[in-house]
Design a protein around this ligand. Structure first.
Ligand SMILES: [Mg+2]
Length: 478
């Protein structure tokens, strides 16, 4: 900042204005100075000296004191009273014989004086010394100017910084009010890495809002800066920790529902984790109410309203699923179809209300027999029930069907209109198949249905079994 551009020609050649009413003096001085490479201007009276100084201010003025009309003192006064010329150093010229008032000369702004006849070395030394002082002064002025500019820039920078701080403060206040008022949990976490391997070993909470803290049963200040994330996540679902590391490493966000036991209550949360620096931010929403409602609705949609066992719609879905799974695993899939014997006469005789009670009792009893969680009991039609038995070959399926028949018979529900018993009984058809690409779900149902038909034809209250081959043989014999 302290380098000045003094290399221009204007600055290199210093100009001197010589003022003297005697042409001989002008000649001597100008010859002396031009010989030293100064740019010289001459004036032979006060008025033209002032005009010359004002039109093109020189670096120095050599000013004769005794001149007609306007003397040197007067010229100096005017030069020193004009802003444009006041800084030009003035050296007075006086003859040895002149009555020269040195005090007056210095008072009105003269800086030095030389005497005639001129001692060349002395004149040059005085001029050089004044010009050097002048140059130094100009440099100082320029330096001051630059400093002032720099101060201005600094002041501007300070002002801008203060403005930025105010904006920052406002946005912090805004963020904090959003975080505090949010109904969702919001948190920001940064990765904590192993110093040797660089692998993420945990996450540190940077920002935690009150709703998030509540999920942790704490206050935000208890969590901020703490390394508790891994411990907490491992309690809920350990594989989630790896999933969050993936968010940081790949930049792909993660969004899912999560089930969490909160203060002995089953809770569901929906969360979105998004990469943020070397960490992630996460938004968590409590969706327990919605989830419970959904579960209730989806359960309602799968249950038969009268008997409480699964409905036909659910039966179809599960049968398709199990068909595909048993096909992949090459395992037997068995199906039992069953009918309450002479149910129409029962309904006609006892009335629909009793009919409904009978179906409820039958379903309840059958449900007690079908115990494996993978087995599905469904109401297939009016008085028809179906049981899906995955991974179950013929023998197991027949055993369960026989159990069902026995347990219903044991209920001893009076049936005045049955042609085969005093009590309510059921007929059952069983089919077993290892599903493959050539067979279809319909074929399994058809085989079970045929077996059921055969059980009824054969006297009811009994179990009949077909597998694929047996049905084909029977069909041929018929
Ligand atoms: Mg004179």
């Amino acid at each position: 900042m302290k380098e000045f551009n003094l290399t221009s020609e204007e600055n290199l050649i210093e100009s001197i204005l010589i003022v003297d009413d005697q042409p001989a003096n002008l000649r001597v001085l100008s010859k002396m100075l031009e010989g030293r490479n100064y740019k010289v201007k001459k004036a032979s009276d006060g008025e033209s000296a002032i005009m010359a100084a004002q039109s093109q201010p020189p670096d120095l003025i050599l000013l004769d004191i005794l001149m007609p009309n306007m003397d040197g003192y007067e010229v100096c006064k005017i030069i020193k009273s004009d802003d444009k010329t006041k800084d030009i150093p003035v050296i007075f010229i006086s003859a040895l014989s002149d009555v020269f008032d040195k005090i007056k000369a210095f008072e009105i702004g003269g800086i030095d004086y030389v005497t005639k006849p001129f001692q060349e070395e002395e004149v040059l030394a005085r001029i050089t010394s004044q010009l050097t002082i002048q140059t130094q002064r100009k440099l100082l002025a320029k330096e001051r100017e630059l400093l002032e500019k720099e101060h201005q820039l600094l002041r501007k920078e300070i002002r801008q910084r203060k403005e930025a701080e105010a904006i920052l403060y406002q946005s912090r206040a805004l963020i904090s009010s959003i975080l505090n008022a949010s109904l969702d949990g919001i948190a920001a976490l940064e990765a904590v890495r192993d110093t040797k391997t660089g692998k993420i070993i945990d996450f540190r909470c940077i920002v935690v809002n009150p709703v998030t803290a509540q999920i942790f049963n704490s206050q935000p200040e208890d969590l901020t800066g703490k390394l508790i994330f891994k411990k907490f996540i491992n309690k809920i679902k350990p594989e989630l920790f790896t999933a969050f590391i993936q968010v940081v490493e790949t930049g792909k966000s993660l969004e899912q529902d999560i089930k969490y036991n909160h203060k002995n209550e089953q809770k569901w949360f929906h969360y979105i984790a998004v990469k943020l620096g070397d960490g992630f931010s996460v938004t968590v929403r409590d969706i327990t109410v919605r989830k419970k409602l959904e579960l209730k609705l989806s359960k309602l949609a799968t249950i038969d309203g009268l008997t409480g066992v699964y409905n036909r719609h659910y039966f179809n879905n599960i049968l398709t699923q199990e068909w595909e799974r048993n096909c992949r695993e090459k395992q037997y899939l068995s199906l039992i179809l069953c009918d309450v014997d002479y149910f129409k006469p029962y309904n006609d005789f006892y009335g629909h209300q009793k009919g409904d009670s009978c179906l409820i009792a039958v379903a309840k009893t059958m449900n007690n027999v079908v115990k494996r969680s993978s087995d599905i009991l469904a109401r297939y039609g009016g008085e028809e029930f179906a049981v899906i038995l995955p991974n179950t070959p013929k023998e197991g399926a027949i055993k369960i069907a026989e159990n069902l028949r026995e347990e219903i018979e044991k209920l001893n529900i009076p049936h005045a209109k049955s042609n085969i018993s005093e009590y309510v009984t059921i007929s059952l058809g069983v089919a077993s198949i290892i599903p493959d690409c050539e067979s279809s779900i319909e074929s399994l149902i058809r085989i079970a249905d045929n077996a059921l038909y055969f059980a009824k034809e054969n006297g009811r209250n009994q179990v009949k079994f077909y597998n694929h081959e047996e049905l084909e043989i029977r069909n041929k014999n018929d």
